[in-house]
Ligand binder design. Structure first.
Ligand SMILES: [Zn+2]
Length: 42
């Protein structure tokens, strides 16, 4: 059980590949874009 917590803690913080903002709580199926850069139609 503790190993799972350690695993998530050790995950690197995601950053938007476009603007460099941190990405929080996001599925990575969109690539590495934050909410601002991820809008399909701006
Ligand atoms: Zn961005």
């Amino acid at each position: 059980m503790m190993n799972i917590i350690e695993f998530f803690r050790n995950l690197p913080q995601k950053k938007c590949s476009k603007c460099g903002n941190n990405i929080i709580e996001k599925a990575d199926c969109y690539g590495n874009l934050c909410d601002n850069c991820d809008h399909p139609a701006r």
